[in-house]
Design a protein around this ligand. Structure first.
Ligand SMILES: *Cc1c(COP(=O)(O)O)cnc(C)c1O
Length: 370
């Protein structure tokens, strides 16, 4: 690499904030007349809470969901006006922090409701809350019959902003559980007539108008992952991951590549190595299965993904096309995240949320909400 500028020789994660804003606009259009909140938990699915949330706010988003208390506090520092829902709810001893940052807990069980109601009485104010009803995930939420049996005096200290539930199989439109959950949700929320209702996340928006209720809560679709698996991706791609070739091996005798010697090579083949590994979130399960791209040509992973490095079989390209410094696209195009996820035996959510901290990050589009 004589003379090459080291600064250019690093893996780079590009995040397109304009595409996130366009995806938000598209989801708003699909969801209409329902409103659309943005789910920005887990550091906006690994893409950076501050740039993503401020861009979404600039695009008109007023309601956000996070999971952890710390995420809510961080988001409040960024967005003073937004409604911020905390999916984790409220735990004993956390009431003051939620109150101070005007975070709205999603109450998942009667104990949380009691805790928040008691705090509301203590501060002598009605406190905003959302109520989560479990309609079939069996993960979090009030059982429907317990939600229905809530007494007015139990709810009186609270200002209910939302009743919500979550679909287990929304990315499978034909799955019978979708209609069952929708039915249970409709029944369980019948007594909360003034309170906005929310059932659909990304994929739920595409199940039809009957699933959208008053508010939709997409996360992953904002970030370019296909909410309609098996059909064309309606979302714009948001993430691109590229890395420079560090070294090219011309194979001159039968050999193998990488740990465990799992990828046999023959004379005449060429192997290129890039500085991205499982410590960067490139799943080891992608070993010998995934493909990257060089100048639009698919190049298979050769051998195991190691901690800092991954090798690629570049034999399909002419020798002069792959030299140290040549940029390889590890994630890109309209199906980039989904493709890598499928090849690694996982889902786009996991690929995104694992994207590592060692990449140089480059944001495209405005970061400033003003
Ligand atoms: C994570 C989450 C969402 C967002 O889901 P996506 O599939 O990413 O759109 C919505 N609602 C709840 C309760 C969640 O936990």
């Amino acid at each position: 690499m004589g003379g090459a500028v080291r600064g250019a020789a690093v893996a780079e994660l590009e995040i397109d904030l304009e595409a996130i804003a366009a995806n938000y606009a598209l989801l708003c259009e699909r969801a209409r007349p329902a409103a659309v909140a943005a789910v920005v938990k887990a550091d906006a699915y690994g893409l950076g809470l501050a740039p993503v949330a401020t861009r979404l706010a600039a695009a008109g988003c007023r309601r956000f969901f996070v999971a952890r208390l710390e995420e809510g506090v961080a988001l409040r520092r960024l967005l003073h006006e937004a409604e911020i829902f905390l999916l984790d709810g409220v735990g004993s001893g956390e009431e003051e922090v939620l109150f101070a940052h005007r975070l709205i807990p999603v109450l998942n069980h009667p104990g949380e409701l009691e805790l928040w109601a008691r705090y509301a009485r203590a501060v002598e104010q009605k406190l905003a809350a959302a109520l989560h009803i479990d309609t079939g995930m069996n993960r979090l939420g009030f059982a429907p019959e317990i939600a229905r049996a809530l007494m007015p005096e139990q709810l009186e200290p609270l200002a209910l902003r939302l009743v919500m539930s979550h679909l287990a199989c929304a990315e499978e439109p034909e799955h019978p559980l979708n209609a069952i959950q929708r039915e249970r949700f409709t029944l369980a929320t019948a007594g909360f007539d003034e309170v906005p209702r929310s059932l659909a996340a990304s994929s739920g928006i595409f199940l039809g108008a009957a699933y959208r209720f008053d508010l939709c809560r997409p996360g992953v679709a904002l970030y370019g992952v296909n909410p309609t698996p098996g059909r064309a991706n309606p979302m714009q791609p948001v993430v691109r991951l590229t890395a420079p070739v560090l070294q090219v091996h011309e194979i001159t005798a039968p050999a193998t590549v990488g740990y465990g010697a799992t990828y046999p090579v023959r004379p005449g083949m060429r192997v290129a190595t890039v500085p991205v590994g499982y410590a960067d979130g490139l799943l080891r399960s992608a070993s010998n299965r995934a493909t990257a791209r060089i100048a639009g040509v698919d190049v298979p992973y050769a051998g195991r993904v190691s901690m800092d490095l991954t090798s690629l079989d570049v034999s399909a390209l002419p020798g002069e096309a792959v030299v140290p410094g040549t940029r390889v696209e590890l994630i890109g195009g309209s199906d980039g995240v989904d493709r890598l996820a499928q090849q690694a035996g996982t889902i786009g959510y996991e690929v995104l949320t694992r994207l590592g901290r060692r990449f140089r990050r480059r944001y495209h589009g405005t970061r400033d909400p003003s």
